[in-house]
Structure formats: structure tokens, C-alpha cells
Design a protein around this ligand. Structure first.
Ligand SMILES: NC(=O)c1ccc[n+]([C@@H]2O[C@H](COP(=O)([O-])OP(=O)(O)OC[C@H]3O[C@@H](n4cnc5c(N)ncnc54)[C@H](OP(=O)(O)O)[C@@H]3O)[C@@H](O)[C@H]2O)c1
Length: 264
């Protein structure tokens, strides 16, 4: 594997022609200078997608790293999320996020989780308004069920483009993935490494065959399923390795073996 990650990252296209890179850097629990450095390293290593949230308390550091990277704004896909406690003041909340990020727009704005457990069509309407006002290019949700996605679609005529949910080799639900695909909703997996057993003999064996690590196999498995993957690290060597996924691919047999890791 080379140390250089190609910057023409594979993408999935959202409504409106928005290209979402399948690989992103997660930033939950990355704070202060650690968050700044992680984003700088990731962008140097070829990542072109950063996942943050108002609730992570690091939008200012993410924004500063983006600015200092010198990359043109349009080359980096930036996601942030609406804190459910801000649902009633969503129009102000997106402006607060943009001010912290130092951006005129984000690429994707998500409802971080259901509002008091509910889909909340009024909140979804706030996201649609923000998109129509040019403050975000695409909109979606996180931690929603398929029924809740349908509820938003029924209420507004527009289904979220993305649902960000926990995913990984030990948290793999093909029926749930198919449900998203049938609705045209892109599944973004979160906590891909927390939802993997890096000591699994299956991951180790496949890793050895490709000359990569079990973590890289777990991450590549998402890409090969068309699932967006956003691993988090604040350690330079891990950020680089987690992003170095494009020099190999899993065969159909290898994919099936990783799929089977979640079966009892
Ligand atoms: N929407 C939501 O509700 C939600 C919830 C959770 C997460 N997320 C998003 O998804 C992102 C990823 O999820 P996550 O942060 O929960 O977990 P993750 O990316 O699965 O795992 C991160 C943990 O694994 C470690 N790690 C990273 N690379 C590694 C490697 N190559 N080998 C071994 N350990 C490694 C990290 O430690 P070091 O930093 O020390 O390397 C960290 O402790 C988040 O950062 C966030 O952006 C969203």
C-alpha cells in the first residue's frame, strides 16, 4: 500500500447532483488542537469529507483546519448536524454552525437524532428551508428508523438523502441496508471500528492476503457495499492508514465472509 491516498475519492451522488465521498473523517470526541490537527492530517492524506456536529464542540477547529489547508472550498465535503435541543431554533443553529466553521454553506446538514424520539416533520421543514436558502447543499438525518424516514417523506414529499446510523462488520443488517437503498437514501455508517472485532481471524486472514490491516479491511468492506464510512482518529498514523483504502478491494467471497461476522 502506498502512503499517498488519491484525492479523486469514490463518491455517491445525492439529489441535486451533490457528490458525497464514501470516505470521511469522523470527529466525535476530537476536541481542541487534536481536532484541528486531525483534520489537517486527513486533508493532507487525501480525505475530502469531514464529519462534525454542533454537539461535538469542534466546529471552530474543523473550520480553522479547512481554512489553513488551503484547499478550495468546493473540494471538501463538510457535514454538520443539528442538535435536537436546538430544533425550535434551527434557522439560528445553522447560522451558528456556519459562523463557527467560517463557511458560507455546508455540504450536508443532518438532524443528529430524532427529536424526543420523534421524526419531527417541522424540524425537517427547517432543514429543507435552509437547503433552499443555500445554507447547505444537501440534507438528511441520523439515527432514524425506516418508518421515521417514511414519515418525513409522507409529510413533506421529500425523503432525507442520507441517514447516518451505526454500522460495521459486527453491526451489519442487510435488510436495513436494502430498505435504505429501496428508498434512495444513502446509508452513512458511523462507529465503523467500534462495530468491528479487529482480532477476528476472518479480518486478519483477509488483511494478510491484501497486505493491509484488519481495520483497513473493516473500512473497505463499507466502501465495497456502497456504504459511506467515517472513521475517527486523532493519531496521524491511524488517520493515514484508515484513509488508505483505494489500493485494494474485497472479492465477493471476502465480502460474504465479513458479512457473516454479524451472524449468530
Ligand atoms: N450521528 C451520530 O449519532 C454519531 C454517533 C457516533 C459517531 N458518529 C460519527 O462517526 C464517527 C466515527 O465513529 P466513532 O468515533 O464512534 O468510532 P470509530 O471511528 O469506529 O472508532 C474510533 C475509535 O477507534 C480508534 N481507532 C481509530 N483508528 C483505529 C485503528 N486503525 N485501529 C484501532 N483503533 C482505531 C480511535 O482512537 P484514536 O483516536 O486514539 O486513534 C477511537 O477510539 C464519529 O467520529 C462521528 O463523526 C456519529
Amino acid at each position: 500500500m502506498s502512503d499517498d491516498v488519491p484525492t479523486n475519492q469514490p463518491t455517491v451522488t445525492l439529489p441535486g447532483g451533490v457528490a458525497l465521498p464514501l470516505l470521511g473523517l469522523g470527529t466525535w470526541q476530537a476536541t481542541g488542537e487534536d481536532a484541528y490537527r486531525a483534520v489537517r492530517v486527513a486533508l493532507e492524506a487525501g480525505y475530502r469529507h469531514i464529519d462534525t456536529a454542533a454537539a461535538y464542540g469542534n466546529e471552530a477547529q474543523v473550520g480553522r483546519a479547512l481554512a489553513d489547508s488551503g484547499l478550495p472550498r468546493e473540494e471538501v465535503f463538510v457535514t454538520t448536524k443539528l442538535r435536537p435541543s436546538d430544533a425550535d431554533r434551527a434557522p439560528q443553529a445553522i447560522n451558528d454552525s456556519l459562523a463557527k466553521l467560517g463557511l458560507d454553506y455546508v455540504d450536508l446538514w443532518l438532524i443528529h437524532w430524532p427529536i424526543e424520539g420523534q421524526a419531527s416533520p417541522p424540524t425537517w421543514q427547517h432543514l429543507r428551508d435552509a437547503r433552499d436558502a443555500g445554507l447547505t447543499r444537501a440534507i438528511g438525518v441520523s439515527n432514524y428508523s425506516l418508518d421515521q424516514l417514511d414519515e418525513l417523506a409522507d409529510a413533506s414529499g421529500e425523503i432525507p438523502s442520507v441517514n447516518q446510523i451505526p454500522w460495521g462488520p459486527t453491526r451489519n443488517d442487510p435488510t436495513l441496508l436494502a430498505g435504505h437503498q429501496a428508498r434512495g437514501v444513502v446509508l452513512e455508517g458511523y462507529s465503523p471500528l467500534r462495530n468491528a472485532d479487529l482480532d477476528s481471524p476472518v479480518l486478519k486472514e483477509i488483511a494478510e492476503a491484501h497486505g493491509v490491516t484488519p481495520a483497513q479491511v473493516a473500512l473497505r468492506w463499507h466502501i465495497d457495499h456502497g456504504v459511506v464510512v467515517i472513521p475517527k482518529s486523532t493519531r496521524e498514523e491511524r488517520i493515514r492508514a484508515n484513509g488508505d483504502l483505494f489500493g485494494f478491494a474485497l472479492s465477493a467471497d471476502e465480502l460474504a465472509r465479513v458479512d457473516a461476522l454479524d451472524q449468530p
